[in-house]
Ligand binder design. Structure first.
Ligand code: ADP
Ligand code: MG
Length: 729
């Protein structure tokens, strides 16, 4: 076994960077080549078909069958000219990743051969045999059919000779079985509510879109070392491994020069991404050794999320070309930084205004503050839902560790915006304001500097931070589908904006002037949301105490956090915005509870196997060598001298023995705990049992294994060590 480790190391040392050929110097020359984007649609579609797709994109209009037929013909023509032989509906089921089932474009021709064909029907809707995708009990087997339906707002693209058509995925009875359906609904709800509020400030606004700019963190591990770590292969993280003497203490990796093999991987990845119209902008080393980040220019949220999912898929493929494996797990290595996926979120209008950028005058700044305060209120009222939307077995390792936001939701605003809110609180009075008072307040509001980047969150400890022209939700995990958190955020903000509008309108009806009504309600919200405003160090112990005093919730247990999906408040929220029904929410929560249980179960099994089959035999082997050595000593030396010389050796034998005993008995106990938990029918209770009675063994057993790693002869140790996984490349 140890042989495998050394052979892997040898391989890594001999690796050469894989050359990447760039077809064109200018990215703009091949950007979007494999996407059926607007210019190509213009070329391949009739005027009316083009307009139908644009209306679908911009105004959520349905594309009728006749138009769909035309679009299908154009799409097929373009796709086949560009080497596509197959097509697939591409969707985001409630698993990690995307799904696709390929069909060839062929049908029987008249002369016994085949011809390429495609139709509006095939483009618009399909019925994949999708009974094995998770539904959380929504779909019984007798109604196991699921439908995919074309999302005309996200352009089709070609990957490896297959035309991929972004689709939603719903059950026979119409319930959402994916991330995209509720994401689109939440974007629609947000558009409606935000546009209505914008009307107070600018009558020309007819549409508000949400933007998403994700920052994807990941690790790259050499393929040979990865293959020698069954835990990485099966669980995505290392279940054992003593810390390397050097890891990230010196901060010498962050923003450092990118290792050549990795650099080639990044270039290759960028080429692939550009062909698919994914606007990758940023690449750099992250804090932990072998950790990196890639980020695009932000886009409309639905498209941005499709791009994130697509890119994650492409990353896995490209990594293999470079003899790497990419790790998206939130915490592949204990003790060093894990990976997140910051979601940068903002709203913009069809008049070209970013609602999260301070404007040029008092009116636009009041609009800006309105949207800031309402987002903050939405997060405050729905902190448990926000947490649930990012919680998973993997992400829970990262949250609250010394690198990632804690499991307490708070909002960072920065000094400029905070100052403005404090000022409003003070200047808005309960009686009717005098013209002078109003003018003074407006003047002050007008004074927010247009660019306030300097004062935005640089300490990065806040889970939800205002960063100058957007909010950044940092608690999102690196492996997550961004939609999960966006659905929660969009829906909460939509509902809050709706409430805000109703309250302002009520005052207006009572005769209060519009601007004063807005002032009044904002003041109320500013006072109300104070507990969630926090600009200090979110990593500090004091904050946990302080947050508790403020009444903020702090839930670390995954199943407990997920229960927020099932509260009346959450159900009412999602129903009010027509995003998810109670039945759909219950189904989703069920999927999450099951996912958690299965992930812990798999980890427990893998750890048990490795402990008993890899680690214990290795430790016994080394112990035997020591015993031989002691025996031989006894033959050579006299009694006194032997006692003195063998003392330390005997200690070591005992120490190894006690770790072996502990491992064996704890593995046994863990198996028993699993058996008990497996008998529980209720998925929530089962997840809780796994959390409380099985999960702790993972750390317990690991402790003893890691001690043995430090003791046992390096030559015998079977699994690549942290120093090798993180530094040999
Ligand atoms: P940092 O690491 O400082 O947060 P990055 O450049 O790594 O910054 O990532 C910032 C992300 O935020 C990028 O994806 C960028 O496109 C995105 N972004 C910038 N402005 C906005 C905005 N107004 N709305 C949404 N996303 C934005
Ligand atoms: Mg960021």
């Amino acid at each position: 076994m140890a042989d495998f480790r050394f052979k892997a190391l040898q391989k890594v040392i001999e690796r050469q960077p894989v050359a990447v050929v760039r077809e064109h110097n200018l990215t703009s020359d091949f950007y979007g080549r494999n996407v059926f984007d607007r210019p190509k649609m213009k070329k391949y579609l009739s005027k009316e078909a083009f307009k139908a797709v644009m209306d679908a994109t911009d105004y959520n209009k349905l594309v009728d069958r006749k138009m769909a037929d035309q679009v299908a013909q154009g799409m097929k023509a373009w796709a086949t000219e560009n080497g596509a032989t197959h097509y697939t509906h591409w969707f985001h089921p409630l698993t990690d990743g995307t799904a696709e089932k390929h069909d060839a474009f062929i049908v029987h021709g008249e002369d016994g051969g085949v011809v390429e064909a495609f139709s509006g029907k095939l483009l618009s809707q399909q019925e994949p045999d999708a009974s094995s995708f998770p539904s959380g009990g929504i779909r019984q087997t007798f109604e196991a059919r699921g439908y995919t339906a074309w999302d005309a707002s996200s352009p089709a693209f070609i990957v490896d000779g297959t035309l991929c058509i972004p689709t939603i995925f719903i059950s026979y009875t119409g319930e959402a079985l994916d991330y995209k359906t509720p994401l689109l609904k939440s974007l629609h709800a947000l558009d409606k509510a935000a546009t209505a509020v914008c009307q107070y400030f600018d009558k020309n606004v007819t549409k508000v879109i949400a933007n998403l700019g994700w920052e994807q963190e990941y690790f790259l591990i050499d393929e040979a070392l990865y293959a020698a770590r069954p835990d990485l292969i099966l669980t995505g993280r290392t279940l054992m491994g003593h810390a390397s003497s050097k890891d990230q203490q010196l901060d010498d990796h962050y923003f450092g020069s990118i290792p050549t093999r990795v650099y080639r991987f990044m270039e290759d990845l960028e080429n692939e991404a550009y062909k698919l119209g994914i606007p990758i902008k940023t690449r750099h080393n992250e804090v932990a050794p072998n950790q990196f980040e890639v980020a695009p220019i932000f886009e409309e949220a639905n498209l941005a999320n499709d791009h994130n999912q697509l890119l994650m898929d492409i990353m896995k493929k490209v990594a293999r070309r470079h003899n790497f494996r990419v790790l998206f797990h939130e915490k592949p290595f204990a003790g060093i930084n894990g990976s997140g996926k910051h979601n940068n979120w903002s709203l913009s209008t069809d008049t070209g205004v970013n609602l999260y950028s301070p404007g040029k005058n008092p009116k636009s700044n009041l609009q800006f503050l309105t949207f800031v305060v309402n987002a903050m209120k939405a997060v405050y009222d729905n902190q448990d839902l926000m947490r649930a939307s990012i919680m998973s077995a993997a992400n829970s390792h990262r949250l609250g560790a010394n690198e990632a936001p804690p499991s307490i939701l708070s909002v960072f605003l920065g000094t400029e915006v905070s100052k403005m809110l404090d000022l409003m609180e003070e200047a808005v009075v309960d009686r009717k304001m005098t013209p002078d008072e109003k003018t003074a307040l407006k003047l002050n509001i007008g004074r927010i500097p247009e660019i306030i980047l300097d004062s935005t969150d640089r300490n990065r400890t806040s889970p939800f931070a205002f960063t100058g022209n957007r909010f950044e939700f940092r608690a999102v995990g690196s492996s997550a589908n961004c939609a999960s958190s966006l659905i929660a955020l969009n829906t909460a903000v939509a509902a809050q904006l709706e409430k805000f509008k109703a309250e302002v309108d009520e005052l207006i009806e009572k005769g209060v002037k519009k601007d004063e009504a807005i002032f009044q309600i904002l003041k109320k919200l500013i006072i109300n949301t104070k507990p969630i405003r926090f600009d200090g160090d979110g990593y500090s112990g004091n904050w946990i105490v302080e947050a508790k005093k403020r009444g903020l919730t702090n839930i670390q247990s995954v199943p407990e956090a997920l229960e927020a999906y099932l509260t009346d408040q959450t159900k009412t929220l999602f129903a009010s915005q027509d995003v998810l029904s109670a039945k759909e929410l219950e189904g989703r929560a069920e999927v999450e509870f099951e996912k958690f249980t299965m992930k812990v179960q798999i980890e427990a099994r893998v750890l048990g196997d490795l402990a008993i089959n890899h680690i214990v035999p290795t430790a016994v082997q080394y112990q035997t060598t020591l015993l031989e050595n002691v025996k031989n000593m006894k033959e050579v030396f006299g009694a006194d001298e032997f006692e003195e010389l063998a003392h330390a050796r005997k200690e070591l034998i005992r120490e190894i023995g006690s770790h072996i005993t502990a491992i064996k008995s704890k593995v046994k106990e863990m198996v028993e705990a699993r058996k008990v938990a497996n008998k529980i029918e209720d998925s929530i209770e089962k997840a809780k049992a796994y959390d409380k009675t099985v999960r702790p063994y993972l750390d317990d057993i690991r402790y003893h294994i890691d001690k043995l790693e430090l003791t046992v002869d390096n030559e015998l140790w079977p699994l690549p060590k942290y120093r090798e996984l993180l530094f040999v490349r």
